[in-house]
Structures are given as structure tokens and as C-alpha cells.
Ligand binder design. Structure first.
Ligand SMILES: *[C@@H]1O[C@H](CO)[C@@H](O)[C@H](O)[C@H]1NC(C)=O
Ligand SMILES: *[C@@H]1O[C@H](CO)[C@@H](O)[C@H](O)[C@H]1NC(C)=O
Ligand SMILES: *[C@@H]1O[C@H](CO)[C@@H](O)[C@H](O)[C@H]1NC(C)=O
Ligand SMILES: *[C@@H]1O[C@H](CO)[C@@H](O)[C@H](O)[C@H]1NC(C)=O
Ligand SMILES: *[C@@H]1O[C@H](CO)[C@@H](O)[C@H](O)[C@H]1NC(C)=O
Ligand SMILES: *[C@@H]1O[C@H](CO)[C@@H](O)[C@H](O)[C@H]1NC(C)=O
Length: 383
């Protein structure tokens, strides 16, 4: 609750400073690609028939929806808050074949999605288990398939997406997690960063892998594209548990895993540079780099200020109760008998991998109003 109050105060302050009014009516739709951080139901639809799934069980969704909604959080995810701010409905998951009007937006993001195609992980023995075929190129193909019902390019190619906000990411967290899980060294994981970043940058430029009719997001007139970086995955209770080290030097000053975070920061530096290159090539588009790392670090390093209990900063809210991080691979959130903490807003991690709604809200505000996006989304669309 205190965390929520603080967020509200910070929010009011930011609104006053920036002079931004809420509810821009200039953006008429939103299309999003990514992984579990912004999934609104695709993973459950895709995975439930083939593997055990827990995010469709209580206490997922308890804070906002009052029931599991397919989102891997206790409530809303980042894009829900962005949709609310833009006066758009919550985006339906693309695989739900929702009868909802898709003209105001669709979410293609799926939990577990990688930037690099799944075949690459399989061919190089980097897949820790059978991966779902839901990487960035596959999501772009889903977008392509839906495109005729969104926009008839023959009539109005340029105008089609000129009032749409695209969010491409976060991508990369799963790519690196899978490679870490294959017991690769930090140097080896790092060597994949340029390939991951290049894959994301190409997707932003060109939404289609089919060369017969290249359908560039930007060249088709997509005026606003948000490209989020990676969060500090070395602070996630799951990664902290799986990669626990006896060597104190492997931990940074907030007790996160240094090597894992170094890779995330390297990714962010290269991605930011790639966004710079895209801007130079496409001066008519607004390409926004969204920082997913600093807002999380800010909360972890100033936990008291955010109402997070100091001893619980790196613990999952929802877990079986054991270990240093309240994360146990054989008793995860959603399984019978695994409970959530009393106040999720006093935690950073919801289930060991994903953030609580309170954190998602803080990140979304930072992207909309600043300081965690360059330029902040609301400033960009009011120009
Ligand atoms: C819509 O865009 C115009 C400029 O094209 C701007 O003047 C106006 O403030 C915008 N309205 C909203 C609600 O964002
Ligand atoms: C959505 O439609 C596709 C084909 O049109 C079908 O294969 C799939 O099972 C449907 N999904 C759901 C969740 O109904
Ligand atoms: C994933 O699906 C795409 C079609 O959407 C297909 O071309 C590709 O071969 C599939 N990859 C794997 C590893 O199954
Ligand atoms: C585009 O054309 C197709 C086929 O004629 C039609 O079904 C669809 O509704 C049209 N979409 C838009 C956005 O006008
Ligand atoms: C990685 O190393 C751990 C610990 O040595 C081992 O249990 C695990 O099987 C290894 N995984 C792979 C994919 O080699
Ligand atoms: C993890 O959960 C399993 C199954 O409930 C249990 O047997 C085990 O003791 C737990 N481990 C820890 C560290 O709490």
C-alpha cells in the first residue's frame, strides 16, 4: 500500500513537471511483441495443451483481476498501464482469436519467447527443454496474418499505422537464460548479444521475414516504436537460486548476480546504440528506447522508499517459503499449497521471474512520463 501511495505521489509530480495531460487520443491503437513480462494470455493458450502451466491458477491475478488472467503477475502488466494511459482497451492476446475489435490493438507477446528463432537453439544444443515456437519472427508472422483486418495497404499504406504505438520487446532475457542454463560461461553468453540485438533491430525496421512483400513497420508509416531493454535478471529470485555461488565476489552491492547483470547491461548498451542507428535511417519515425534496468535497480537500491521490506527485496512474493529467495523449482506459484505474501505491492518479484503489479506500474509510468524512456512515450506522441 505504501509503495502504491509513493508511486501515486511520484506520478503526480511527474505529470506536473512534464505538463502532460492523461489520455492522449492521438494514438488509436497499440501492437505489442515480446515475452512473459507483457504477456496477456498467449502463453497459457499455447502451452497449456502441451506442458503443465501454473500461471492460469490462483493466486495469479489476485490484485487487479480477482482471478488468473493469463498474465504472469498478481495484476496488470506494463502494457496494460500504457493502454490505460492512452485511453485504449487492454490488448487481447492474439492467440485468443478474440471477437474483440482488433483495430484498437493486439498483443502478440508470449511467455518464453526468444529474439533468435527456436531452431537456432535446437541446432546448437542450447535449448534446456522443448521450446515453444514463439520467437520474434513467429510473432511477426502472426502480425502479418492479422494485417489485412487492420489495414488494407493497397488503399492507405502510409496512413495505416501512423497513429499506432508499437512495442517490440522486451526480448533477450529468455535467449540469455537458455544459454546460461546450457552451462555456458559469461564470455560465451556475451558472445550472443550482438546476434540478439541485431534480430530485434531488424524486426523494428522490417516487420516481415517474407521477402515477397516486405512489410516494414517503420516504412509502412509506423510512427512510434518503443524498444525496451532487459531488466537486471541477475536480481531475479529464480536466477539467484539456480545460479547460487559460494563466491561473494560473484554478487554486487545489492546481492544480485554480477555476471548475469553484466550481460543484461551489455545487451542494453548495444540495443541503445542500435536504436540510434535506426533513428538515423528513419528520421520520420519516433523510436523510443525504454529502460527496463534502471527502474528495477532504483527500487532494489531504495527499497525502503518504495515500501519494500529490506529483508525481502530479493524474495518472491508468491512461493513455498523455503530458501533464501522464496523460490523452489518443485513448488512454484500457482501450484497447490503455494501461497502469495500478504501485500504483493511490498515485493519486487511476484513469482520469482516476473514483477508484481506495483513494479509494472512504476516501470510503465517511467516509460510514459520519463525518466526511464528516451524520449518518454507521452512526450513523443504529443510532438
Ligand atoms: C493531437 O495531436 C496534435 C498535433 O497533431 C496536438 O496538437 C494535440 O495536442 C494532440 N492531442 C492529444 C489529445 O494528444
Ligand atoms: C484460433 O484460431 C486458429 C485457426 O484459425 C486455431 O487453430 C486455434 O485453435 C484458435 N485458438 C483458440 C484459442 O481458439
Ligand atoms: C516455427 O514456425 C514457423 C512458421 O510459423 C516455421 O517456419 C518454423 O520452422 C518453426 N520452427 C520450429 C523450430 O519448429
Ligand atoms: C481489408 O480488406 C479485407 C478484404 O476485403 C476486409 O475483410 C477487411 O475488413 C478490410 N480491413 C480494413 C481495416 O478495412
Ligand atoms: C549444468 O551444470 C549442472 C551442475 O553442474 C548440472 O546439474 C546440469 O545437468 C548441467 N546442465 C547442462 C545442460 O549441461
Ligand atoms: C521445495 O519443495 C519441495 C516440494 O514441496 C520440498 O520437498 C523441498 O524441501 C523444498 N525445498 C526447499 C529448499 O524449501
Amino acid at each position: 500500500m505504501e509503495l502504491e501511495l509513493l508511486f501515486s505521489l511520484v506520478f503526480l509530480l511527474l505529470v506536473r513537471i512534464s505538463g502532460a495531460s492523461s489520455g492522449s487520443r492521438n494514438i488509436t491503437s497499440m501492437f505489442t511483441l515480446g515475452d512473459s513480462y507483457i504477456d496477456t494470455g498467449n502463453f497459457v493458450i499455447m502451452a497449456a495443451p502441451v506442458i503443465p502451466v501454473w500461471i492460469d491458477k490462483p493466486p495469479y491475478g489476485e490484485t487487479f483481476f480477482g482471478r488468473p488472467s493469463g498474465r504472469p503477475s498478481d495484476g496488470r502488466v506494463i502494457i496494460d498501464f500504457i493502454a490505460e494511459e492512452l485511453g485504449l482497451p487492454f490488448l487481447p492476446a492474439s492467440l485468443a482469436n478474440s471477437s474483440d475489435d482488433v483495430s484498437r490493438g493486439v498483443n502478440f507477446a508470449v511467455g518464453g519467447a526468444t529474439a533468435i528463432d527456436v531452431g537456432f537453439f535446437e541446432r546448437n544444443s542450447l535449448a534446456p527443454f522443448k521450446l515453444l515456437n514463439n520467437s520474434l519472427d513467429v510473432q511477426l508472422a502472426w502480425f502479418e496474418k492479422l494485417r489485412p483486418s487492420l489495414c488494407n495497404t493497397t488503399e492507405d499504406s502510409r496512413g495505416c499505422f501512423s497513429k499506432s504505438l508499437f512495442i517490440v520487446g522486451e526480448f533477450g532475457v529468455n535467449d540469455y537464460n537458455f544459454i546460461w542454463m546450457a552451462n555456458k560461461t559469461e564470455g560465451e553468453v556475451r558472445s550472443y548479444v550482438p546476434k540478439v540485438v541485431k534480430t530485434i533491430a531488424l524486426a523494428v525496421e522490417s516487420s516481415s521475414s517474407s521477402s515477397d512483400r516486405p512489410a516494414e513497420l517503420i516504412d509502412d508509416g509506423a510512427a512510434y516504436v518503443v524498444v525496451p531493454g532487459n531488466p537486471p535478471t541477475g536480481c531475479s529470485p529464480t536466477v539467484l537460486t539456480l545460479r547460487r555461488s559460494p563466491d561473494a565476489a560473484d554478487y554486487d552491492r545489492v546481492s544480485c548476480l554480477r555476471g548475469v547483470n553484466d550481460v543484461a547491461r551489455h545487451h542494453n548498451a548495444l540495443l541503445r546504440a542500435a536504436v540510434g542507428g535506426l533513428r538515423a535511417r528513419h528520421p520520420r519515425a519516433t523510436i523510443i528506447f525504454a529502460d527496463f534496468y534502471e527502474p528495477i535497480r532504483k527500487i532494489l537500491e531504495n527499497s525502503g522508499q518504495f515500501g519494500v521490506v529490506a529483508g525481502d527485496v530479493l524474495k518472491a512474493c508468491c512461493g513455498a517459503g523455503g530458501g533464501a529467495y522464496n523460490w523452489n523449482s518443485s513448488a512454484v506459484c500457482g501450484m497447490p499449497g503455494v501461497a502469495a505474501c500478504r501485500d504483493p505491492s511490498a515485493y519486487v518479484s511476484w513469482d520469482g521471474l516476473h514483477f508484481t503489479e506495483a513494479v509494472n506500474h512504476y516501470v510503465a509510468k517511467g516509460w510514459l512520463h520519463g525518466p526511464y524512456a528516451d524520449p518518454p512515450i507521452l512526450r513523443a506522441i504529443h510532438h
